[in-house]
Design a protein around this ligand. Structure first.
Ligand code: ATP
Ligand code: MG
Length: 352
């Protein structure tokens, strides 16, 4: 069911590099959806490394305030990562995830079958916990008699494991196969990964869930063998849920299964906000040439809509994108074509 809203307020944060080319493309796709969506209200917002070099701020307070108080969702482009550590700079996307409590990074990876009726070989979602694990960045370096010693803290909580678990089950419930695979290494890290595994496993029995996930199957896999099987038989996976570090690696590995980075979307999601973000970076090598593939950003917009429960609108966008890819006449260079960003956008808009 589509929620009743009078307007849908979307923050646009192109940030750096080709983010400034693909976010306007995604906006055009959203605008083409017409009566499938409420009235759209866009807010153009600043962030990024370029902004930092010009103004000393990578994420202005105003951007955060408008997102928190004036937006229902957002689309983020890309940030360029400085090649060395820059004093005073920290990534605005990391800060935004924290500010908006976007605790899940969700990355669907699906191959587009050449035959429209053929079953895609890969059709999975990686659900990555986004707030803890080794990424709490508590590292120490000490000098010992035998040399330097570096340590890192790995934090796994029941709270964070439970909410990412619920997110994974919720996503699985909406899919035909309804299967959650828990990724862990609890044969070695029995305390931390053990807690993650047990907590996610217990989600269907939670009183507040009230049997809602009874139809969802649960499997589990040790992370190393999960990577192996992901490459050998990706079709076995439906929804993979993992702690932060394993999820980070798995989601990039899964993206590699379907070709260009220019195709893979993601969202950062919390309980009250969702932010779409193409998986690719700022791509400085092709910036400003008008040849960036806009499809990852357009698919990220569709994924954002899906999380807002505008399923029909999201389906329309995904179908249009898949048709353009399948047809193969209007593709950017990363997919072996010769078309410009704008030509690909036009091809998608025609199908919408
Ligand atoms: P960053 O530091 O921002 O991640 P990067 O140099 O790692 O920048 P990526 O954006 O991660 O660049 O891209 C890696 C490669 O994939 C680059 O050669 C880039 O041109 C290409 N690429 C990434 N996104 C796209 C896209 N949307 N369309 C076409 N090519 C892309
Ligand atoms: Mg990169």
């Amino acid at each position: 069911a589509t929620p009743a809203r009078k307007t849908l307020r979307i923050g646009l944060i192109p940030a750096d590099g080709i983010g400034r080319e693909v976010i306007p493309a995604a906006r055009r796709a959203l605008e083409a959806l017409g009566s499938d969506l409420p009235k759209l209200e866009f807010h153009n917002l600043l962030a990024g490394f370029d902004l930092f070099t010009r103004t000393g701020t990578a994420l202005p307070r105003e951007t955060v305030e408008v997102l928190k108080n004036g937006c229902d969702a957002a689309l983020f482009g890309a940030v360029s990562s400085p090649s060395r550590k820059v004093a005073g700079y920290s990534s605005p996307i990391v800060a935004l995830r924290k500010e908006l409590d976007l605790y899940a990074n969700i990355r669907p990876v699906a191959s587009v079958a050449p035959d429209p009726k053929g079953k895609p070989a890969v059709d999975l979602i990686v659900v990555r916990e986004n707030t803890e694990c080794l990424y709490v960045k508590q590292e120490t370096l000490t000098q010992t008699e035998s040399g330097k010693e570096a340590r890192a803290t790995r934090l796994i909580t029941e709270y964070a494991s439970r909410r990412i678990g619920k997110m994974a089950f919720e996503l699985a419930l909406a899919r035909p196969r309804k299967q959650v695979t828990i990724i862990h290494k609890s044969n070695v890290l029995s305390v931390t990964d053990g807690l993650f595994r047990e907590t996610v496993r217990a989600v269907p029995q939670l009183p507040e869930v009230a049997g809602r996930f009874d139809s969802v199957g649960i499997a589990e896999q040790i992370v190393d063998s999960a990577v192996y099987r992901l490459f050998r038989e990706p079709e076995i996976y439906d929804v993979m849920v993992a702690p932060n570090l394993y999820g980070d690696i798995l989601s990039d590995a899964a993206a590699a299964l379907v070709g260009s980075l220019g195709l893979v979307p993601s969202v950062n999601a919390g309980d009250s906000f969702v932010m779409g973000e193409p998986v690719h970076g700022s791509a400085p090598d092709i910036e400003g040439k008008g040849i960036a593939n806009p499809l990852a950003a357009i698919r990220s917009a569709a994924l954002m809509l899906r999380h807002l429960r505008y399923e029909d609108a999201a389906d329309r966008v995904d179908t249009a994108v898949n048709d353009v890819i399948r047809e193969g006449h209007t593709l950017t260079r990363d997919l072996g074509g010769k078309s410009s960003t704008d030509e690909v956008v036009e091809a998608v808009l025609r199908r919408l």
